[in-house]
Design a protein around this ligand. Sequence first.
Ligand code: SAM
Length: 205
Amino acid sequence: MTKAQSDALANHWNRFEIPLEGTMDPHSLFYAIKPKEVIFEIGSGMGEATAQIAAANPENGYVAVEVHKPGIGALIIRAESLGLRNLKIINEDIWDVLNEYIADHTIDKFHIFFPDPWPKRSQSKRRLLQPPFISLLAKKIKIGGEVCIATDWLPYAKDIEKSFAQVLEFKGGVVPRPDWRPITKFEEKGISKEHVVTDFCYRRV
Ligand SMILES: C[S@@+](CC[C@H](N)C(=O)[O-])C[C@H]1O[C@@H](n2cnc3c(N)ncnc32)[C@H](O)[C@@H]1O
C-alpha cells in the first residue's frame, strides 16, 4: 500500500464505509440523494472505472465491494478528488456481503469488470461467475435488473455463457462494448497481450 493510499484510508474511510450489521436495503445508504438506481460493483480493483462511472451518473448510488485494501485506498483518493457523494465502499468478500447483509431483490444492477480469470485449468473452480454465485445474484437483484460483465479471458467468457444458461432467472448474453464502461489499466494490459475483451449483459426475468 502506498502512503497516499494508507493516508486516504486513515482520513476518509469513515465517509465511504458501510457498517455491516443486520440486513439492509442498499437504497437506504444514500438517503441524501434518493438514488434512481443502486449499482454494486464487484471487485472494483483500483477503482478507475468505479469513480468515473459514479461521477458520470450522480443520480445513482454506487457500492464498490473489494477485498484488496490498497485498491480501496486508491478508490478513495479518486472519489475525494472528484468530490463524489454517491459512492460507498465495502471491504469484504462479496459472498459474505450478499449472503449476510443485503435484503433480497434490492439491487438494481451489478457491474463485474474483469473478474479474476484464474487462467490455469486447475484454478478454474475458483472463478466467481459459476452457477451458485449467479443464483445468489438472481436472489439479490431486482426483477428487471441487469448484470454487466467484461472479461479479457476467452475460456472464462465461454464458461460465463454456459453458467448463466444454467440459471433460468437470467436472460441475455454477449453485447457490444458499452460506451459508458471506461478502460482500466487491467483491461489495457489484456489488450496489449492481444486478449479479446467480451462484454455481457444479463437481465433478471
Ligand atoms: C482482476 S481484478 C479487476 C479489477 C477491476 N474491476 C478492473 O477492471 O480493473 C479483480 C478484482 O476482484 C477482487 N475480488 C476477487 N474476489 C473477490 C471477492 N470474493 N469479493 C470482493 N472482491 C473480490 C480482487 O481483489 C481484484 O481487485
